[in-house]
Write a protein that binds this ligand. Structure first.
Ligand SMILES: [Zn+2]
Length: 253
């Protein structure tokens, strides 16, 4: 399985996933038409499907133009089917989408939007998480509650450390500044911030990230970590409350 990652709009990433055996290619979301078509042409791949994660225009806005240009099918979240342009197949928790012989499991991850989904291929240890999880961050809660988002993120926490996580935006440097402001003494975080700054100074992406690294350093995945609760003055509080407080602080950061 081959993955092509490229910048779209201001800070989005576009992704193509290709299976050389079958010749099938999927595009994860459609932030911007031209870079997607250019990436297909560059690799010489024929697009067979769009897999949408959620309905926001910087994720599904290019659906119809891309289908018009390629004849691909459009797969998206069942709970947002009415808001996904051109959707032909609705999927939800427990469903599977295939790319040749590769199987991706669909998980419902409400929070950023009410019907957000993610695509996870356990066999290849690869996941496309849209705006649910970011490197050192998570999506804003436009349509969901902190309780819902924490439950969604706990599903991702089931994945093995080596899982490569493809997030839809390059927000990592700002996320690192926030995370450090909450836990200035977290050693792993300080080291990671230096790596992130070095990458960004060279214009390189910080995406994909690894689940193990996020588990260890991303405050939004550590709402059940007593050290984070303590740093927030919430020692002994339930994880949902720690998560809600972290999200609230980030919204105002
Ligand atoms: Zn979004």
């Amino acid at each position: 399985m081959q993955i092509e990652q490229f910048g779209c709009l201001r800070d989005n990433y576009g992704f193509l996933v290709h299976d050389p055996e079958s010749g099938e290619t999927a595009c994860i979301d459609t932030p911007e038409v031209e870079p997607i078509l250019a990436a297909l042409a560059r690799r010489g791949w024929r697009l067979t499907a769009i897999w949408n994660t959620h309905h926001h225009p910087d994720h599904a806005g290019g659906n119809l133009a891309i289908r018009e240009a390629t004849g691909c099918t459009i797969v998206g979240p069942a709970a947002e089917a009415a808001r996904i342009p051109g959707i032909e197949r609705s999927v939800a928790e427990g469903d599977e989408v295939r790319l040749g012989a590769h199987r991706f499991r669909v998980h419902d991850t409400p929070g950023h939007t009410s019907g957000h989904i993610v695509y996870h291929c356990p066999e290849q240890q690869v996941a496309f998480v849209g705006d649910t999880l970011f490197a050192l961050g998570c999506g804003r809660l436009f349509e969901g509650t902190p309780q819902q988002m924490w439950a969604s993120l706990r599903k991702l926490l089931e994945w093995p450390d080596d899982t490569l996580v493809y997030c839809a935006h390059e927000y990592t440097a700002a996320n690192a500044r926030f995370a450090r402001s909450v836990e200035p003494d977290h050693k792993g975080l300080a080291a990671r911030e230096r790596e992130i700054e070095a990458l960004r100074a060279k214009g390189q992406p910080t995406v994909p990230t690894r689940m193990g690294l996020e588990r260890a350093t991303n405050p939004f995945l550590r709402a059940d970590d007593p050290a984070l609760a303590e740093a927030l003055g919430l020692a002994g509080a339930p994880a949902e409350q720690v998560f809600a407080r972290t999200r609230e602080l980030k919204d105002r950061f």
